[in-house]
Design a protein around this ligand. Structure first.
Ligand code: TYD
Length: 209
């Protein structure tokens, strides 16, 4: 099984992925938990360029190619070998993020993105994509809070509310286009409630004990 998590910045992906990982571990499922951008050593170097707050003059195509370079490396080094070995792969963001952030939000390169995503994914298509959906204001508030406590907001998290609204509706539009794969979860609910919903959806796929 290949499962991806998507959503706007601050939607709560990280906490849900760690809860989800615990459920799968408990079931004894062999799994790899990974993320984009930065799921490999080369990818980490790419991530540093992408999210560096000083790189304000990055051209849109540069940004797109860097995400795709990260993905190409990640799929060939981590995702494909794990799936080929029969493991479950849980990935924090995948090709839908590029479709939405670099494509829908900026309103450009739609065909090129589809083609590059197709090339980079080497046939590794997610079976289920959880979209943790919440209003942009909620996500932004969470990332602002994060800045005060642990880490500084990255280049994307500093973008305007308007940008994050576009991302949210971009994801929802994509989810409606791929209804069978996407599971939309209301991420404004309490984190335990969100985790329960994810568990309910995944339970038919878990081994019978
Ligand atoms: P991520 O590490 O998921 O940040 P967070 O954990 O704070 O959500 O992603 C970093 C940023 O990269 C995020 O703002 C979304 C963006 N991104 C793209 O724009 N395109 C992509 O293809 C991917 C994978 C991420």
């Amino acid at each position: 099984m290949f499962i991806t998590f998507e959503g706007i910045d601050g939607c709560g992906k990280s906490i849900q992925i760690s809860k989800f990982r615990a459920i799968l571990k408990e079931q004894g499922i062999p799994l790899v938990v990974t993320s984009e951008p930065g799921g490999t050593k080369i990818g980490k170097a790419i991530r540093n360029i992408l999210l560096n707050v000083h790189n304000t003059d990055m051209a849109n195509l540069t940004e797109l190619f860097l995400y795709l370079a990260d993905r190409a490396q990640h799929v060939s080094e981590v995702i494909k070998p794990a799936l080929d070995a029969g493991k479950w792969v849980i990935c924090d963001r995948y090709y839908d993020a590029t479709t939405v952030y670099q494509g829908i939000a900026l309103g450009q390169h739609e065909k090129l993105i589809a083609q590059l995503n197709h090339e980079a994914c080497l046939g590794c298509e997610p079976d289920i994509t959880f979209l943790l959906d919440c209003p942009a204001e909620v996500g932004l508030k969470r990332t602002e809070k994060r800045e005060k406590t642990d880490k500084k907001r990255d280049r994307f998290e500093r973008k305007s509310l308007d940008f994050h609204v576009k991302i949210r509706y971009g994801y929802l539009a994509l989810a409606h286009k791929h209804k069978d794969r996407f599971k939309i979860i209301d991420a404004t609910l309490h984190e335990d409630h969100v985790a329960r919903k994810i568990r309910e959806i995944i339970s038919p796929y878990l081994p019978v004990v």
